[in-house]
Ligand binder design. Structure first.
Ligand code: NAD
Length: 485
């Protein structure tokens, strides 16, 4: 790219202590539009020194944020939610441009979910109570819930705004202050919402945004003695490193990691509804969803019908420019992600699965890949065991309920699962047996801030959302007061 074009691009600085500041190193990285591969912005490459400054600002802001009445914090967060609503078109366009997400689905899902999350936790601010716990007659004993302190939030690129808000909203509601590190390739919405937070009255230093590389900014945050908690969403390999890195000062850690979710279709299911949901379960957001139903388990009596219907749906999906309201599926987020997905298509072929739809890149510009379906997938194959994080469905045959449960539970992950059947006893039985943080019955893919979200095993630990998140961002304290004369 020539120097002139580079000079024309907007520079996005860090947001520390209420101000946009250039990175200490003076370095910026080029951000690309995944649909066109054209550069869209220059993004500040934060350094360990910038992290030091941000952590100092967040520590100092703890006092200011907690000097406010809880109801006032709630009012500020409600104003923040309102500002997000007023700016929803702008934020949606930014998110769509940066991450290649179809504008219609950003408007339908990401933005409303972010607003809803903020409004929900705004309501929690003045309801975070301790308890009086009567222990003995000569003492008053009670508990307080205090903020854990400074939180580092490390966010992935698949839902930058929504997952960012899943962390920001409860942390701020609990009186914590934060440093948010968006994914290197999708930082724009986080920087903009950091500005809106200030406009809403969130004091400077409460919400800092430090962009840059995981290996630099992420590592520095995780190792920093001034950070009390890390909340991370991303890949299992990075999550493992975070857990080790956070051991230095015994930070609290929440990890939301990957998935290889099974969507189990029994032969008494409404196959049409099941396949419709299974199709969006794997192709929504171009398959870049931690809970994507990437393994579709179909009973042998309906297996051929499931494959046939899924192939028809995959072929009918409108793949195209994220800016078009008609587009149902956009590009993958990056060239790296596209290569990973196409490599897995090769792996699937070599393993002997039948490629029955898609499998190729679309065009030569933009990171588009066809909605892809593999049939005759065996449970042990890599495409059935490993997270691809792209629009690739593996359809696996099963014989009976026990077989379905064995296959569904047979990966290292356990984030989510779906079950389709008209037999009320069976769906509850299977829901109990499935190793998953969320089970959808005769539906697939919903999340809501009121319900716990997370998994175990390679899907991480801890839960986000609801009252569980309030526990994540607070420390209980026991207080004893002597009533002696
Ligand atoms: P990633 O792990 O590569 O990156 C996630 C974040 O971690 C980014 O901000 C990145 O810059 C940062 N990071 C990278 N190296 C780091 C380091 N050494 N120290 C600290 N931070 C570092 O993941 P990704 O590719 O952005 O996202 C895809 C993964 O996220 C998938 O595995 C997916 O399943 C998972 N995910 C899980 C959920 C969930 O709720 N469980 C939701 C979305 C995505």
């Amino acid at each position: 790219m020539d120097t002139q074009t580079k000079a024309d691009l907007k520079r996005h600085d860090l947001l520390i202590n209420g101000k946009r500041v250039p990175p200490g190193t003076g370095e910026y990285s080029l951000n690309l539009n995944p649909a066109t591969e054209e550069p869209i912005a220059l993004v500040a490459q934060g350094s360990a020194a910038d992290v030091d400054t941000a952590v100092a600002a967040a520590r100092a802001a703890l006092k200011v944020w907690n000097a406010l009445r809880a109801s006032e914090r709630g009012r500020i967060l409600n104003r923040f939610a309102e500002l997000l609503r007023t700016h929803q078109d702008e934020i949606a366009a930014l998110e769509s441009l940066d991450a290649g997400k179809p504008i219609a689905s950003v408007m339908r899902q990401d933005v409303p979910a972010a607003i809803d999350t903020l409004a929900y936790y705004a309501g929690w601010c003045d309801k975070i109570n301790g308890q009086v716990v009567p222990v003995r007659p000569d003492a008053l004993t009670y508990t307080l819930r205090e903020p854990v302190g400074v939180v580092a939030a490390i966010v992935p690129w698949n839902f930058p705004l929504m997952i960012g808000m899943w962390k920001i909203a409860p942390a701020l509601a609990c009186g914590c202050t934060m440093i948010v590190k968006p994914a290197e390739i999708t930082p724009l919405s986080a920087l903009r919402i950091g500005e809106l937070a200030l406009e809403a009255g969130v004091p400077p230093g409460v919400l800092n945004i430090v962009t840059g590389k995981g290996r630099v900014v992420g590592d520095a945050l995780v190792a920093h003695p001034g950070v009390d908690k890390v909340t991370f969403t991303g890949s299992p390999s990075v999550g493992r490193g975070i857990l080790q890195g956070a051991a230095g000062n015994f930070k609290r850690v929440t990890l939301e990691l990957g998935g290889k979710s099974a969507n189990v279709i029994f032969d008494d299911a409404n196959v049409d509804s099941a396949v419709r949901a299974a199709s969006s379960g794997i192709f929504f957001n171009t398959g870049q969803v931690c809970s994507a139903g990437s393994r579709i388990l179909a009973h042998r009596n309906v297996y051929d019908e499931v494959v046939e219907r899924l192939v028809a749906r995959a072929k009918a999906i409108r793949v195209g420019a994220p800016t078009s309201r008609e587009t149902a599926m956009g590009p993958l987020v990056s060239a790296t992600q596209m290569k990973t997905v196409l490599d897995y298509v090769d792996i699937g072929r070599k393993e002997g699965a039948s490629l029955v739809a898609g499998g190729a890149r679309i065009g030569e510009r933009g990171f588009f890949v066809e909605p892809t379906v593999f049939a005759n997938v065996e449970h042990e194959m890599r495409i059935s065991q490993e997270e691809i994080f792209g629009p690739v469905a593996s359809v696996i045959r099963f014989n009976d309920e026990d077989d379905a449960i064995r296959i569904a539970n047979g990966t290292l992950y356990s984030l989510a699962a779906g079950v389709w059947s008209r037999d009320i006893g069976r769906v509850h039985r299977v829901a109990r047996e499935l190793k998953a943080g969320t089970v959808w019955i005769n539906t697939y893919g919903y999340t809501d801030v009121r319900l716990p979200w997370g998994g175990s095993g390679d899907s991480g630990f801890g839960r986000e959302h609801g009252d569980v998140a309030i526990e994540n961002f607070t420390e209980p304290k026991a207080v004893w007061l002597s009533l002696d004369r």
